[in-house]
Design a protein around this ligand. Structure first.
Ligand code: FAD
Length: 490
């Protein structure tokens, strides 16, 4: 079987892979040195019937090489999949949301990788990783050798079939992680016009998908076991606003129960969702958003793990030399809280990738380019010495947690830590024409987290600053009264 060798391999072709590639380019990577290996597909199958699809799949490399990069799924901004990708109007499609547009940067089209000599190895699932031998093996048996590896495999969705939920393998039960999943969901939405949709899960996927399906005029019911939506972040007060707003938009919400089974018709298409409390809901489409798990199984037993992810230092270096882990899979030191955490959010995927390349792998390699492993082990301190010589220091990753979501006309941002006491301020009436409200979290007399719905860019900056600076707040009543103006004067 073919064997390919690269100085740098990024395993995974998602958000962090794209931001890492841009940083590699900034640092001056040479053509042929870097490859991105991803299982995400390299074709648009939606234009073809089954026979054409098979023929097209076989011819895809020829097609792409001979004509254009049409259909190449280069790294893209994954959050678009649960938002504008599903809208009936103003729909987002590639190449519109390739990285790095999500952070206001230049869009890296497939041609960009070609120009830079960065190899995009797509439709290629790695099924075996041998970190000692520095080798990856694909499902098709191709062997990839690397000098430095960045693990950027992200997360996989948790499926109801994983728990043996009866009927959970019926057709039209969807999960959403990759563009392929989103394409299938879009087809189903078109095929089930004005039909009924049940959304299982009340997290951000559940909330964004309920909105997207409602905008597509489906009759939407959300089901989740918790007393309110987004319980990992929202307080009861915050959630009450979103639940009220969704209800006003016609989304039905059933709380305190779970889906325990599904009935399908003779075509195998889902027709009913059975709930634990005995209720049965009609459904033409079901979308399940019950969480994800980091994709680390390939590396089990080969690298240190912590909190379900791959343990890294502040430069995203793992316990194995020349192996880095970024994005969803990394459990890293959170300097601000003197803690170690794993974060499944796009902002961290972007920043961790840049950090790993900036101060980690690239310098490590440049400083001792043709060196052996022991020299490379020294590279961290060498790169620090080099930086010191130039009057620079390598900064530790100092991440401020940042989460956001958008649905209907709503848009919220959260910064910091949602621990301690919470206060709610502002206009949180779901019927308001322009609701604007927020929350602060206060721990040990300091404001450690801030949430804002409907903020302007400047107001969002202000709450980010509060979470970073952690100003004192002793009088919670006063803080509630001051509301957003408290953040704006920090
Ligand atoms: P990913 O972007 O998931 O990329 C992982 C890549 O690795 C994929 O291309 C995958 O195919 C590939 N891969 C995995 N295993 C293998 C293998 N064995 N062989 C080859 N390739 C492999 N975050 C927010 O902060 N705000 C949001 O609004 C938001 N919305 C989201 C909406 C959706 C639908 C999803 C799924 C996520 C959303 N997120 C959001 C989370 C955010 O997108 C992720 O945290 C981010 O994508 C993580 O980046 P990553 O590079 O670690 O992984």
């Amino acid at each position: 079987m073919a064997e390919k060798s690269f100085k740098y391999v990024i395993l995974g072709g998602g958000v962090s892979a794209g931001y890492a590639a841009r940083e590699f380019d900034k640092q001056g990577v040479k053509p042929g040195e870097l490859a991105i290996i991803s299982k995400e597909a390299s074709l648009f199958y939606v234009y073809f019937n089954d026979e054409d699809l098979i023929a097209f799949e076989n011819a895809v490399w020829f097609f792409i090489d001979k004509t254009s990069e049409l259909g190449v799924v280069a790294p893209y901004e994954r959050p678009a999949l649960s938002k504008a990708y599903l809208f009936p109007e103003g729909t987002a499609r590639l190449p519109g949301f390739h990285v790095c547009v999500g952070s206001g940067g230049e869009r890296l089209l497939p041609e960009w990788y070609k120009e830079k000599g960065i190899e995009l190895i797509l439709s290629t699932e790695i099924v075996k990783a041998d970190l000692a031998a520095k080798t990856l093996v694909s499902a098709a048996g191709e062997i990839f050798k690397y000098h430095i590896l960045i693990i950027a495999t992200g997360s996989a969705v948790i499926k109801l079939t994983d728990f043996g939920v009866q009927g959970a393998d019926a057709k039209n039960i969807f999960y959403l992680r990759e563009i392929d999943d989103a394409d299938k969901l879009v087809e189903a939405i078109k095929g089930k016009k004005n039909g009924k949709a049940v959304i299982v899960g009340g997290g951000y996927i559940g909330l964004e998908l309920s909105a997207a399906l409602r905008i597509n005029n489906l009759d939407v019911t959300m089901v989740y076991p918790e007393p309110w939506c987004m319980p990992r972040l929202f307080t009861a007060g915050i959630a009450a606003f979103y639940e009220g707003y969704y209800a006003n938009k016609g989304v039905k919400i059933i709380k305190g129960t779970v889906a325990v089974g599904f009935n399908a018709d003779s075509n195998g298409e889902v027709k009913e969702v059975k709930l634990k409390d005995g209720r049965v809901l009609e459904a033409d489409i079901v979308v399940v958003g019950v969480g994800g798990r980091p994709l680390v199984t390939l590396f089990k037993g080969q690298v240190e793990e912590e909190k379900g992810g791959i343990k890294t230092d502040t430069f995203f270096k793992t316990s194995i030399s020349d192996v880095y882990a970024v994005g969803d899979v990394a459990t890293f030191p959170m300097k601000l809280y003197n803690d170690i955490r794993r974060v499944e959010h796009v902002d961290h995927a972007r920043k961790s990738a840049e950090q790993a390349v900036k101060v980690g792998s690239f310098h490590a390699f440049v400083v001792s380019s043709s060196s052996n492993a022991s020299e490379l082990n020294l590279s961290r301190s060498i790169s620090a010495i080099k930086s010191n010589e130039e009057g620079k220091t390598i900064d530790a990753y100092d991440y401020l947690p940042f989460f956001y979501s958008r649905s209907f006309d709503l848009s919220w941002q959260f910064y910091g830590d949602n621990v301690g006491d919470a206060v709610l301020f502002g206009d949180n009436d779901p019927a308001s024409p322009k609701p604007k409200f927020g929350s602060y979290w206060i721990k040990d007399g300091k404001v450690v987290g801030a949430f804002l719905e409907g903020g302007s860019p400047d107001e969002n900056k202000a709450i980010a600053k509060v979470a970073r600076v952690q100003p004192p707040a002793v009088n919670l009543d006063l803080l509630t009264k001051e509301g957003l103006s408290f953040a704006c004067k920090i």
